[in-house]
Ligand binder design. Sequence first.
Ligand code: AMP
Length: 366
Amino acid sequence: MAAHLPPGSTIGILGNGQLGRMLCLAAARLGYRTHVFGPEHDSPAEQVASQSTVAAYDDEPALAAFANAVHAVTFEFENVPAKAAAYLAAHTHVRPSWKALEIAQDRCKEKAFFASIGAATPSWAKIDSVADLKEALTRVKPPAVLKTARLGYDGKGQAKIMDAGQAEEAWAAIGGPTAPPDSGYAVLEAFVDFTQEISVIAARGADGTLVCFEPAENVHTNHILATSTVPARVAPGTLARAIEIASRAAAALDLVGLLAVEMFVTRDGGVLCNEMAPRPHNSGHWTMNACGTDQFEQLIRAVAGLPLRDPARHADVTMVNLIGDDVNRLDAYLVDPAAHVHLYGKQSVRKGRKMGHVNLLRPKSV
Ligand code: AMP
């Protein structure tokens, strides 16, 4: 790949949801075309992309045509099938690389990775059977959370365990009886009595330059992100530690692109890593209106080999997700000069579905 992609080049995006949509819009501002690839028709990204391929992620002829039609590829989700990632890596430039995806796809690998860079996680154990779970509950004492190692999101594939007698019930609740033996099927995690949840989005350029957006304070409702607020109400030392962890993780992965790291803040001001995602993240949507450059533009810049921009923030902000019916209550936001509304073009409203978000700006306090 040339040192940087000239304007007019096409950036391929695997996945065609709202993150893909906002990536396409950022790419267009920098003069790039986009080609999105994903399984759904009339998707949020397809509506704004220059080109679209609607196909399954394991459709090799479609992947071959896609690889031929683009100058570089990135993705908007981490559960890219290994075969598709390998195929694309062999035929075009993929940023970030498979290494980051592979780790982020699997909670066991993710926790081992955090340990390898000196970042703490809640205490945990790998679980492949109900016998493993019963044994692990003698070490990782309840309250605890049992999570599938792969393909869980927004609280799906999770069961809370309040006492050891609930092992069988929790194992059944996450689909454990169907688990192949020795698969690294699930993790048992100590339930953290956190004061706040925070996340940091690191951006790393093709030349190794690394910059982080400020940590956001996140509130989840029913396991789905409800709001992100910046500045976070967290001690400066804790915020500095969070930024250090995200930076160290992105560098250790030799990542070109974005890495979002979600963390719990403990009562003593410590930081425990929960999970990471090598892509734009819902908890980074506040950057779209509160910073000179946002997470989507940083990713496009990294993929295209352009210099990254200063991630400095010029306003305080709360990002409010519009989930399900919330999208029908926009009137007040539409007339509020401090409210920046972003809608994703989804036709049908469903419970728990992310329909858009609003960034509410306030004058910068710190
Ligand atoms: P996750 O899918 O791991 O991001 O979990 C979704 C949400 O569930 C988190 O953002 C937390 O609000 C909550 N949660 C997950 N794991 C834990 C834990 N070990 N302790 C406390 N809360 C948790």
